[in-house]
Design a binder for this molecule. Sequence first.
Ligand code: SR1
Ligand code: MG
Length: 404
Amino acid sequence: MSFKQFSSDQDVIDFVQTHTAVFNNSPDLTVTEIGDGNINFVYRVDDGAQSLIVKQALPYIRVIGEAWPLSQDRIRIEAKALKQSEESCPGSVPEVYHYDAASCAIIMADIGQYQSLRQALIERQSLPGVAEELGAYVAKSLFYSSDFYLSSKAKKSIVQDFINPDLCQISEEVYFWDPFCDHERNNVNTPLAARASEWWQDAELKQAVARLKMKFQNQAQVLLHGDLHTGSVFVDPSAEHKVKVIDPEFAFVGPAGFDLGVLIANYLLNLAGQSRAAGEPEERHAYQQVLLSDVNSLWQSLTESFRRLAAEHTQDPCLQSSDIVDAWLSELLTDSLGFAGVEMTRRTLGVAHVADVEQIEDEAARAEAQTMCLDMADLLIKHAGQFSGMPVITAAVGELSFCR
Ligand code: SR1
Ligand code: MG
């Protein structure tokens, strides 16, 4: 069957009524386009009592249009990655009700009562237990798709299932290329222009980033979400499952440190944003301490979970040694710091910025926060291998970004 874009509310309703029994043929359904991401169309269908989400992938990037074509295979990958996450970490993703290859669309549960982690951090909310649950989610995602757990053939099979060339190419460009050169897609705040020029000429930095890019392209270690920023994480600290992770269309089998690095980077982008955000300095400074403590908790929870999983469920006898697990986690930490620095760079100089910093209206004040982002990124990219543990790292980045 040939692909047809949903072009009316009725198209979306017909699709939902054909493939689910959620609304029992209710005549009073409303459809709202709620997508605020860059790439796809997302609709909420609601009968006043219940709701669900429909996501459709068009053959191009939503915010650019037909000038940037993009494989619709990404929606198959997203549906498969959501199912994989539900298996490895039950309750961590919205339930998938239906995946439709012909319409390039997914029908899934509405997580409307959850809020994006990015927005919660911007509002300086207290989020008890969220960082710990995120750490456990990352640990399970890593472990159950790694060589510790999967047979050799099962591992090759997920590598094959998640070959994602179009989306990987976007990441290769927007993370590792654009923000490290004077690229036309970049978005550089005017007072930051001189610092950006220095950045683009820093040979030591570029060499470290080239090594990270080669890991991204060649190191098939684990199944990654591929875009695990705080806008892909939804939270409700009062719920049984405090964290729901969405949007794994960038999923592929890649270097274990990538998702963790992106996630840490987004906590640190918020940390820098707090330094010049609206509100009392004491309150913002206190929240910066909370953010650093959350990063420590996330890492501690991740390592504890991963060590427990490895001790109880490692299948390969060659990998059943705590020394191997220690070495794997040590490499994970180093790689994640490098990737964190790259994510912070692309969110500061590249095409896609984040609200945590962009919400600072005054250009000069925003540039001060962005300078902190680049200072942290420089430290993380160039010195990733020199830190003895997460508390040392959070202390160092705290020094570079506290409200003054
Ligand atoms: C041009 S697409 C840029 C970014 O949007 C997505 O949300 C991903 O983060 C991607 O890198
Ligand atoms: Mg997304």
